[in-house]
Design a protein around this ligand. Structure first.
Ligand SMILES: [Cu+2]
Length: 405
């Protein structure tokens, strides 16, 4: 089912009540997109929390050692106190100062522990986007990053997330996440006059433009104003339809972090309605993850692309090198939160084999075997031992034990 306008969503909302099921019930709830999608989103989050709490208290779906006692809670950036925000960015800066674990023969440009994650993402980009592993891979990747902040840099908190539906409303300049204060994730880049649209699509698909933002240059405020981006770019989109590449992106190429915060992209692709529709309308994981990444050829980049292209800049507009901007992990926590909320509407099915669709290659090019529960995910030198998809399907079974509020 597809809805073409906000009015249609409102009509639908009027005809169906927003009743939440009892937490023990496995029946999918009837929540529908409504005129007030921020409220619907809050209800979906509440529902996912209740489903998780009830499964942990009854222990009926327990596979690992996760209990209500050791459950960790990931929070939205704006709900953290200033000291909590500072503790997080301090830990990221610490990771950027630690020695890389990747042998320089493999990724010569990886200088810091922070770079280990970027290098792994660059190396695997074509086998973790538009694949069956997309959601689980990024869940594991973000989780290991959170673990490194905790275990290697003394961070006591959890991985925060960026709720795009909030910045879609407020704009970035006034948001606690991008206001450029010492308690933010740093602000916009300096104004770069050399503007023009960003061209997406291509490679056999129709091209379509999305607007550039009101920055574009080096980030000059907040905790990351002096950080060095060491790897990439591989396939960086620039204003005016240009692209930039430094080959395989693995060479040492130190430069400033650039951002081009783009409210229009945030509002168009990652507002509360887009999030709610992405959770409520897809009935299978194929549709869910394609809606999220954008069906190629539709001029819709989904909430995943929406977040990335809202950040803009370098490496924000490079699919390969995007973890080089520390905001990546707040963006992907929100992606993971959306998956968690979607999974909570039919836990059994959506955390099992039925919750996986796709193969091991980008849009199955070149063709490769289907992803299954036994498919292995390996994060290289970034972190951890390889895990199977089976381990990664739930945030509270297997190795993970966290929830979002
Ligand atoms: Cu990615």
């Amino acid at each position: 089912m597809r809805f073409s306008s906000h009015a249609a969503l409102g009509l639908l909302a009027a005809s169906i009540t927003n009743a939440l099921p009892a937490p023990q019930d496995d029946t999918p709830p009837t929540i529908s997109p409504s005129a007030d999608d921020l409220e619907t989103l809050a209800q979906l989050s509440q529902h996912a929390q209740e489903v998780t709490n009830s499964s942990l208290s009854t222990g009926k779906r327990q596979l690992g050692s996760c209990t209500l006692r050791n459950l960790s809670v990931r929070r939205e950036w704006g709900t953290l106190s200033n000291p909590e925000r500072k503790a997080y960015t301090d830990a990221v800066l610490c990771l950027q100062k630690k020695q890389s674990k990747t042998p320089s023969s493999l990724i010569p440009g990886a200088k810091s522990r922070f770079d280990d994650w970027i290098g792994t993402h660059i190396n695997q980009t074509t086998t973790i986007h538009y694949t069956g592993t997309f959601l689980a891979w990024h869940r594991y990747f973000t989780w290991e990053y959170e673990q490194a902040l905790r275990n290697e840099c003394g961070y006591k908190g959890t991985q925060p997330y960026w709720d795009w539906s909030k910045t879609a409303k407020t704009g970035h300049e006034k948001s606690p996440i991008f206001d450029g204060s010492e308690f933010s994730m740093s602000g916009n880049g300096e104004l770069d006059d050399n503007k023009g649209d960003i061209m997406l699509g291509g490679q056999g698909l129709p091209e379509f433009p999305i607007p550039a933002g009101n920055g574009g240059g080096c980030v000059t405020s907040g905790p990351f104003k002096s950080m060095s981006v060491n790897l990439g770019p591989v396939q960086l989109s620039l204003p005016g339809g240009k692209t930039e590449s430094n080959g395989d992106g693995l060479a040492y190429n130190p430069r400033c972090l650039k951002r081009d915060l783009t409210n229009e992209v945030n509002r168009r692709f990652a507002n509360a309605t887009s999030v709610v529709r992405n959770i409520l309308l897809p009935k299978d994981v194929y549709d869910f993850q394609m809606t999220m990444q954008g069906y190629p050829g539709t001029n819709d980049i989904g909430i995943h692309g929406g977040g990335h292209f809202t950040i803009g800049g370098d490496p924000g507009r490079d699919l390969f090198t995007s973890p080089g901007d520390p905001i990546f992990y707040l963006h992907h926590s929100m992606i993971d939160r959306v998956w968690w909320m979607w999974q909570s509407l039919d836990v059994k099915k959506r955390t099992s084999a039925e919750g996986i669709a796709g193969t091991g290659t980008f849009m199955n090019q070149p063709p490769s075997p289907d992803t299954t529960l036994d498919t292995e995910i390996n994060l290289g030198f970034a972190a951890g031992s390889p895990k199977t998809m089976r381990d990664l399907m739930s945030t509270t079974a297997g190795p993970f034990c966290y929830i979002y509020i």
